[in-house]
Design a protein around this ligand. Structure first.
Ligand SMILES: [Cu+2]
Length: 546
């Protein structure tokens, strides 16, 4: 039984690792075995301008004692991909089927009469849904995560209106209750949202099979102390990762990191739409054929076709041999499958140096690619059918900036005299007092619709942090004071701010924030290492109407 210990997030963190009893249905969150063939999530498409879908939110406990969470449709489909077109409305009805919290569990009132959205009191079984990366309104029943609470047994209806100029690409949904988000996302409650029509901006993808790949992380099996399997080809001394990962729910586990299997025709070109839906794990994607790095032709990052910003309305392919994906970031790229002569084709992550205080995110495979003449069929991207839309945020690079701000990530022990005490995580506007996130806090930043702001975001800690802005994409301008190349000048909703070495200037990024759109109200920005977010590293911005 968990105890309320003052700071709600700390109490919740202490509680959510306690397995909650499974619901009545037999294993509502089924998961494939290690080494299984990767299958695509089911696809749901909008029609006549709307997509109507219902989710039940379940929890259960797996054989290793992990608490799982999942979104399941009335037909029993888990984590479907939600396809919409620009201008469509997503009508999502969500029922929280978690059992009621045990008596004595911590609770907090997170809304008052004015900002109430659903229930007002959160507990360890509360739920809400974030539509990550979508440029949708932050109001109640839309993409609102500060005060929206759906408690056990309650049903809540979302009606999320997508902009007519929403960039086509890959977005995703996941729970976002402060204090619970890491457990919910590591439990697996997430899925893809695709704004269709990318072929209109990047015709190179027309006719290609489309493969949706969701990388998630999960708590490791506590009984495993080494990743070195007998006879394994892993480098000696390979240590246990901070978190295990999975690919479309196929787990890649210690010892041995047995990869999932992707079946492809030899030399087949495909569009891979990859999300790092991990709570905490940073990924550096690579595709290797017999040890040789393969070109990845990047089509889109964070849901925005590369090179399409600032009015060009035509994407540009960017060739890379590895792609850093912060937790929550997405990359869409064209790959060419291995020839039948390739003996070892591996889709993998490289080791990520997260800093002295960071996680262990080692090199490991996600999938081995097996060539076959008749792989399971995939959907195919259609031919261009419409002129490319003007996109949101056009003209950002050359527009007049109205304000400049400096923010910073920092972390301190909650009891500086006790190295074993929990760490407090902060994101702070320079000059303000570092404050742990609380839904009842006033906004840390107040701005006005129409503003266009340059934010320098520093990392004053010795581990990486991953900046995420809700509601809008930003334009990446500088990293560590150096102008980024035109190819890196993308609209993103995720950017890594690497760890600070402890001496010299803080590491930093500079981004341009566009408040000229319709997003008026309160929303949040935070580190998307969700363990950090749950421990306080989030704050509210208020955009006043023009
Ligand atoms: Cu962080």
């Amino acid at each position: 039984m968990c105890k309320f210990i003052g700071a709600l997030a700390a109490a919740l963190l202490a509680c959510v690792v306690v397995p909650i009893s499974a619901p009545a249905a037999a294993n509502p969150c089924p998961r494939p075995d290690a080494g299984a063939v990767v299958t695509p999530p089911p696809d749901f498409f909008s029609s006549n301008g709307a997509l109507n879908v219902s989710f039940d939110y379940y929890t259960t406990v797996d054989s290793a004692g992990r608490t799982l969470f999942c979104f399941v449709t009335p037909d029993g489909l888990q984590s479907p991909t939600l396809h919409l077109r620009p201008g469509d409305t997503l009508n999502l009805s969500v029922t929280n089927r978690n059992p009621a919290p045990p008596p004595g569990s911590p609770t907090e009132v997170v809304a008052n009469a004015a900002d109430r959205c659903g229930d007002v009191t959160m507990s360890i079984t509360s739920l809400n849904v974030h539509f990550h990366g979508t440029n949708t309104k932050p109001g109640c029943h839309s993409d609102e995560v500060i005060h929206t609470i759906i408690n056990s047994g309650e049903t809540f209806k979302y009606s999320v209106q997508f902009a007519t100029n929403e960039p086509p690409g890959l977005y995703w949904y996941h729970p976002h209750v402060h204090g619970l988000s890491e457990a919910a996302v590591q439990g697996g409650a997430s899925g893809a949202i695709i704004v269709d029509g990318i072929e209109n901006v990047q015709p190179a993808v027309a006719g290609l099979p489309e493969r949706i790949l969701f990388i998630r992380d999960q708590t490791p099996d506590p009984s495993i102390s080494s990743c070195q399997a007998p006879g394994s080809a892993l480098p000696s001394g390979t240590t246990v990762p901070s978190w295990d990962v999975s690919l479309n729910y196929v787990p890649i586990l210690c010892p041995g990191f047995t990869p999932a299997v992707v079946k492809m025709k030899p030399r087949q070109r495909e569009l891979w739409r990859v999300a790092n839906a991990s709570a905490d794990t940073i990924i550096d994607l690579q595709l290797q054929y017999d040890g040789v790095k393969q070109p990845l032709q990047v089509v889109a990052l964070d849901g925005v076709p590369t090179g399409s910003q600032d009015g060009t309305m035509q994407g540009q392919l960017i060739t890379r041999t590895h792609i850093l994906l912060a937790p929550a970031a997405r990359a869409e790229f064209i790959v060419t499958g291995p020839s039948s002569k390739v003996r070892n084709a591996t889709f993998m992550t490289l080791n990520v140096d997260t800093g002295p205080d960071g996680d262990n995110d080692p090199t490991r495979p996600f999938a081995s690619i097996a060539t076959t003449a008749s792989p399971p069929p995939l959907p195919v991207i259609p031919s261009p059918s419409l002129p490319a839309n003007h996109e949101l945020f056009e003209g950002l690079a050359n527009a007049t900036v109205t304000a400049k701000r400096t923010l910073y990530f920092s972390e301190v022990l909650s009891d500086p005299t006790n190295p074993a005490s929990p760490t407090n995580f902060f994101i702070t506007v320079d000059g303000a007092t570092p404050t742990l996130f609380d839904p009842n806090n006033p906004p840390a930043i107040v701005t006005r619709q129409g503003a266009l702001e340059d934010w320098t975001i520093q990392n004053r800690s010795q581990e990486n942090h991953e900046f995420h802005m809700h509601q809008i994409h930003f334009l990446l301008l500088e990293q560590n004071g150096v102008l980024v190349s035109p190819q890196q000048r993308q609209y993103l909703d995720m950017i890594q701010v690497p760890y600070w070495s402890g001496t010299g200037p803080y590491s930093s990024v500079k981004v341009r924030m566009d408040f000229r759109g319709m997003d008026v109200g309160d929303f949040v920005y935070h580190c998307h290492i969700l363990g950090h977010e749950d421990a306080g590293m989030m704050a509210t911005i208020r955009v006043l109407p023009q």
